[in-house]
Write a protein that binds this ligand. Structure first.
Ligand SMILES: *Cc1c(COP(=O)(O)O)cnc(C)c1O
Length: 400
């Protein structure tokens, strides 16, 4: 089977040619000074995208799920009271790790088309001062929703509670300020809004998080999952705990460089603009958006409610086979089909392709959809956005 003509999935998606080329860079010995320099530069770029100078950056070698499990194991000891905030599939599965580690698990759970209420978290922490850690997903990709981490950070910090934030699909595409928002241990991945290859975990760790990790006798050491090994051996003594993924590092570095050249703010604005246009198009076509409110819709993906009588798989298979466009399903979050806006696919004409393929595919399958109205509305939204006139290539960091 040949690859899709347009990948509009929830990641990984296609990446810019410069990043693809960087993945083919020479394989260097990991203690070649040129590689060490590249590794340090990549760390600085990731810190710049996190917008922090006070967190320590750890680049772990393995898809972001590795970083998330490493974060949980570093912080949590058996019996520790942890509050897990669940508004979707990734939040729920983080709780399974916490349980496996033996945490005293508490959860605040909301329907998967909703977002966590910060006031409810503050009230819970006031009533349960034994809680030491709060876990939250910034952008719940399977349901296309955002959680208010900006409010949650200060609520937790002021109560001495450390936060673990899954920002895998918000990093580089949604405003996120760990330093200002007082968030502690953040885990991102390159294969979403950064527009890079899957295969690494991009982490930022606050002093507060290191203190808690340092007090945890169960925190892994001498392990592929160990954050402490990276801190002590790499940041402390300039020795890699093991050979890093040389090609992946080149890819991540190139993706971060391109994003920063185009401008972080511009990347965030572009994801917002494109996702807003897509949502407008979905509604104009006569379909429904999955998130309960527009304010909580994530910019990295548009989650569309699957029309009655169909399944996301049926639609995805049909659209992929007939029109060469690849979407994602809801990954168990509900009857959802997702159009991704990540990195390259967060450029203006991609949602138009997505809307056209989805709408026409639904018509083929017997569902009423006004494809023309949807496409026209999305185009009008793109044309109206204040800076839509800017060269899209430059905005995507491809003009350099
Ligand atoms: C993509 C993603 C991850 C990584 O999970 P995979 O299933 O391996 O892609 C983790 N958290 C969130 C919120 C994600 O979007």
């Amino acid at each position: 089977m040949r690859p899709a003509d347009f990948t509009l999935s929830a990641g990984p998606n296609d990446i810019p040619p410069q990043t693809r080329a960087a993945l083919g860079s020479p394989i260097l010995y990991h203690y070649d000074p040129a590689f060490i320099e590249r590794f340090r530069v990549a760390e600085e770029r990731i810190a710049a995208i996190y917008g922090t100078s006070s967190h320590e950056i750890i680049l772990m070698q393995g898809e972001a799920v590795l970083g998330l499990e490493a974060a949980a194991r570093a912080v949590v000891r058996p019996g520790m009271a942890c509050l897990n905030l669940v508004s979707g599939v990734f939040g729920k599965s983080f709780g399974y790790w916490l349980t496996a580690i033996g945490a005293d698990l508490r959860e605040i759970e909301v329907p998967y088309d909703e977002a966590i209420d910060a006031d409810a978290v503050a009230a819970y922490l006031d009533a349960h001062p034994e809680v030491e850690m709060v876990a939250v997903v910034h952008s719940e990709t399977p349901s296309g929703t955002l959680n208010p981490v900006r409010e949650l950070g200060p609520i937790c910090r002021s109560r001495g509670v450390v936060t673990i934030v899954d920002c895998v699909s918000s990093f580089g595409g949604v405003e996120l300020r760990p330093e200002e928002w007082q968030l502690d241990l953040l885990v991102a991945g390159p294969q979403k809004c950064l527009g890079g290859p899957p295969g690494m975990s991009l982490m930022a760790v606050s002093d507060e998080a290191w203190v808690l990790i340092g007090r945890n006798p169960a925190a892994p050491r001498g392990s592929f999952l160990s954050l402490l090994d990276w801190k002590e051996q790499w940041h402390g003594a300039g020795k890699f705990p093991f050979t890093p993924s040389v090609s992946d590092l080149h890819g991540v570095d190139a993706a971060a460089r391109l994003l920063l050249e185009g401008g972080l703010d511009e990347s965030i604005a572009r994801h917002a603009r494109v996702a807003a246009a897509c949502r407008v198009g979905v509604v104009a076509m006569g379909l429904s958006i999955w998130p309960a409110r527009d304010e909580i819709a994530a910019p990295c993906v548009t989650a569309v409610r699957v029309p009655d009588g169909l399944t996301d798989l049926r639609i995805r298979d049909h659209v992929r086979a007939r029109y060469g466009v690849q979407f994602s399903g809801g990954q168990g979050a509900g009857p959802i089909i997702r159009i991704g806006h990540m990195g390259l696919s967060a450029r203006p004409m991609y949602p138009i392709v997505g809307l056209a393929a989805l709408g026409r595919g639904l018509l083929d399958l017997g569902v009423q959809a006004d494809v023309g109205a949807g496409v026209a509305a999305a185009l009008a939204s793109l044309a109206d956005s204040a800076d839509a006139a800017e060269a899209p290539l430059a905005a995507a960091g491809l003009g350099a």
